[in-house]
Design a protein around this ligand. Structure first.
Ligand code: RVP
Length: 501
């Protein structure tokens, strides 16, 4: 006879945290959110940790190199989407690893024979007023000069004037050679009163630019997640089909860890993939697996050697797996069972395997609930899709700006490997939708507020770290009536009054 769970499947919005004593040192500034990402022996330092407990989803509409750079600067990690060619994905990873805080690849480049008209156009397109002039007009061509707004007067000059006639030529430029540290570059910027310092190689080819304002922005990101060589940390999604070639290319590009991306991870395909990665790279390449929603799935992937395990089936905002296939489980019930299984495994083996709560985070407080329920970090798609840094188009719909956001199981992404059951190489039916999310601006501005809220709630719970929260948290189920009580109620909201008048 089929097994029936005695408890209903529960999700985040059905729970609240009950405060504990807030001691005087429980202030948001004192809360540390550093959290492990990979398994480790108890008492030992994990090889990889995050500075804030958030990851961006392995999705075309969320995690490209731009998002990965933005999120790593804030202390989290992106998993660059795997539903693209191996070469493109490796290129995205390489771009993140090459990114040096403060050192930027020039995106406004022209050749000496371009005209002032081209300068005006490029300035309009990129919004940048420093234009690099290279022999072939590429970002890494031989440096011939710079054009800034101080080099021309639009009211007097002809738009047909050639760049080589008014640029500041190489002979008059202050520049530096590759290998210079950010601090040294910054000293030169101050000493020579520059706005921009070009960095060139031994053949006078442009490598990077360092801007005065970028050095300041570096200081604004004290949580930056860096590897031992001070490069940003980045992850990548893989599948259980082409993993041999894909992992090799990603490792070559410098990826810090990979994660098998699947809607249902309790499978022999995943165990085989993990084993191959562990054997081939002598355990050096870290691999996450999932997704699972209960104890057996967790134990299966733990025994297979997974470094972290993702939890959640069918809870994603764009996910229709539950409707299409009738599989899944409420995210809170899944997390409660999997974190209990993790603790059981820890007791038996002395090894801690981090778990990641993936999908269904709607409100910021859901993040604290997920952590309190045992997650070490959370993965978010919808949340990050709303920001400038996500790879999708920003458009105006009904007078409001929105960004596109589509599921990996939608016809748009056609990521059949994620839903692979070992048959034909195609997406048999849709498990995701194509949608819009409200545009929300810059990642950092939003994430700063979210993290501040997370820390504040932790203070209410008397916890200064995630592990303390997990030990101390007291969770209560809420009735439908008390959920209503939690929002503004029995008042006339001024916003509504104004908008309807
Ligand atoms: P959300 O943050 O609620 O938007 O959920 C994101 C998660 O949804 C992803 O990390 C992934 O696990 C899942 N997903 C991605 N595509 C689809 C789908 O098409 N069904 N689901």
């Amino acid at each position: 006879m089929a097994y029936f769970y005695s408890e209903p499947s529960r999700t985040f919005s059905e729970y609240l945290l009950v405060p504990n004593l807030t001691t005087k040192e429980c202030m948001p500034n004192n809360v540390a959110l550093r959290t492990p990402v990979v398994k480790h022996k108890v008492g030992e330092k994990p090889e990889l940790e995050l500075n804030i407990p958030v990851a961006s989803a392995i999705m075309q509409s969320v995690s490209d190199s731009n998002m990965a750079i933005g999120l790593a600067k804030c202390g989290g990690i992106s998993f660059v989407f795997g539903s693209q060619s191996i070469q493109n994905q490796a290129e995205m990873v390489r771009k993140v690893k090459k990114y040096k805080a403060g050192f930027v690849a020039s995106d406004s480049n022209l050749g000496p024979d371009n005209t002032l008209r081209d300068v005006v156009n490029i300035k309009e397109r990129t919004g940048h007023s420093t234009i690099v002039i290279t022999e072939d007009g590429t970002p890494n061509g031989k440096l011939l000069g710079l054009v800034t707004s101080r080099d021309y007067r639009l009211s007097r000059a002809s738009l047909d004037e050639k760049v080589c006639e008014f640029m500041t030529p190489f002979s008059q430029l202050i520049y530096a050679h590759e290998g210079i540290s950010l601090k040294e570059a910054n000293d030169m910027i101050w000493e020579h009163k520059l706005n921009c310092l070009p960095i060139i190689d031994n053949n006078d080819r442009l490598v990077y630019l360092v801007f005065r304002k970028d050095y300041d922005s570096h200081k604004e990101n004290p949580n930056e997640l860096l590897d031992s060589q001070k490069r940003l940390v980045v992850g990548a999604g893989i599948n259980t089909r082409d993993y041999k070639e894909r992992v090799a290319a990603l490792v070559d590009a410098g990826v810090d860890l990979v994660c098998i991306d699947s809607s249902d991870g309790y499978s022999e395909w995943q165990a085989e993939t993990i084993k191959w990665i562990k054997d081939t790279y002598n355990g050096r390449v870290k691999v996450g697996a999932g997704n699972v929603v209960e104890r057996e799935g967790f134990r299966y992937l733990a025994n297979a050697g997974a470094d972290f395990i993702k939890v959640g089936i069918g809870g994603g905002s764009i996910c229709i797996t539950r409707e299409q296939k009738g599989i899944g489980r409420g995210q809170a019930s899944s997390l409660a069972e999997v974190s209990a299984a993790r603790d059981e495994y820890l007791k038996e083996t002395g090894i801690y395997i981090p778990i990641c709560s993936d999908g269904g985070i709607v409100h910021d407080y859901h993040i604290v609930l997920a952590l309190a329920m045992g997650a070490d970090f959370v993965m978010l798609g919808r949340y990050f899709a709303r920001f400038d840094e996500s790879p999708t188009r920003k458009i105006k719909v009904g007078g409001n700006f929105v960004k596109e956001y589509w599921g990996e199981g939608s016809n748009r992404a056609r990521n059949w490997q994620r839903y692979d059951m070992g048959g034909d190489s195609k997406l048999g039916f849709e498990e995701g939708v194509d949608s819009y999310v409200p545009y929300a601006g810059k990642l950092k501005d939003n994430l700063d507020t979210t993290i501040y809220k997370v820390k504040s709630t932790m203070c209410n719970c008397g916890a200064l770290s995630i592990s303390e929260l997990q030990q101390k948290a007291r969770l209560t189920l809420v009735s439908a009536t008390s959920i209503k009580e939690g929002g503004a109620h029995d008042v006339i909201l001024k916003e509504n009054e104004l908008s309807s008048s």
